[in-house]
Design a protein around this ligand. Sequence first.
Ligand SMILES: NC(=O)c1ccc[n+]([C@@H]2O[C@H](COP(=O)([O-])OP(=O)(O)OC[C@H]3O[C@@H](n4cnc5c(N)ncnc54)[C@H](O)[C@@H]3O)[C@@H](O)[C@H]2O)c1
Length: 324
Amino acid sequence: MGSLDGRVAVVTGAGRGIGREEARYLAGQGAAVVVNDPGVAPDGGGGDSSVARQVADEIVAAGGRAVANTDSVADWSGAARVVATAVRAFGDLHVVINNAGIERGGALGRLSEAAFDDVVAVKLKGTFAISHWAATYFREQHAAGARADRSIINTASGSGLLNPLPTQTNYAAANAGVAAMTTVHALELGVLGVRVNCLSPSMIRTRLTAAVPGMPTAPATPGAFDPNHPAVIAPVAAYLAAADCPLTGQVLSVRATAVTINRGWSAGETISSGAEPWTVDRLAIAARELTVTDPYEDLAASLSGALGPMDTAQVRALVAAQVV
Ligand SMILES: NC(=O)c1ccc[n+]([C@@H]2O[C@H](COP(=O)([O-])OP(=O)(O)OC[C@H]3O[C@@H](n4cnc5c(N)ncnc54)[C@H](O)[C@@H]3O)[C@@H](O)[C@H]2O)c1
């Protein structure tokens, strides 16, 4: 008996990295899986239809159920085909993992319009497109009287949540948008019995993070637990996918074996001018009561975890090298 017996899942970007491990793990837990991946380069260019097929073949060879799909999630009708593939091949859809993502970084004055559009198209619009078509199917099923737990699992990044990084305008904005959509969709789809949550992987060794400073190498001892392996995310995804999981509307960061619930933006102090409108002069005085943080100090604190102690001068120098 697996925790996902009888469930049908779509995993986008499942040909490599985190998505591949999620697809394999879900199948190992009994789910039938649509392995979606056009097999593109890390920046979204090119394509290789064998990438999704290989993962689907591996799952089937191991005794599981899987089919491959090579549509791009950024393509509106392609996203519809991804969802339709699950229903056609396996008769239903219970779990959607929006995992596909690409990266094309650059500091603001150097980031091209195309790089912005492409990253947002895959991560933000792709999550919307797949979820839109899944929600359309879920709504039809609900109207026809079918009742089942269904689960959408989005994928964000610390870059768009707690750890914004220079050179990631497009990636951070798209990932923050995915976290925001998660809450909206949890509210909207809860009335149909659909739970919507979000995972935020951290420091997972894939081709997207190959150049991240401080990324540990794989353990030398064969079989030793590797806390940075893409497989560490899969059990958390399977937990969120299971019919008896109570969570909805949550964003969980996963780093090695640590699973942290995110609280999102939270309000700090309030200043008010009472019944009178503000003036700039009065604001200049009253605003001193607000506790403000220095973004370079925040970045130094977050980078110190991976790179060792850093001060704001070092961080400013690192950023300047990208911007000036
Ligand atoms: N690796 C990390 O530490 C980390 C950290 C935070 C967030 N993430 C997120 O996790 C997800 C997976 O990243 P990864 O590190 O496994 O990267 P990866 O490059 O190894 O895998 C991503 C897969 O998505 C596929 N893909 C790209 N564009 C697609 C499209 N338009 N439609 C369908 N599939 C597409 C790629 O072909 C690739 O196989 C991404 O959304 C990424 O932003 C990863």
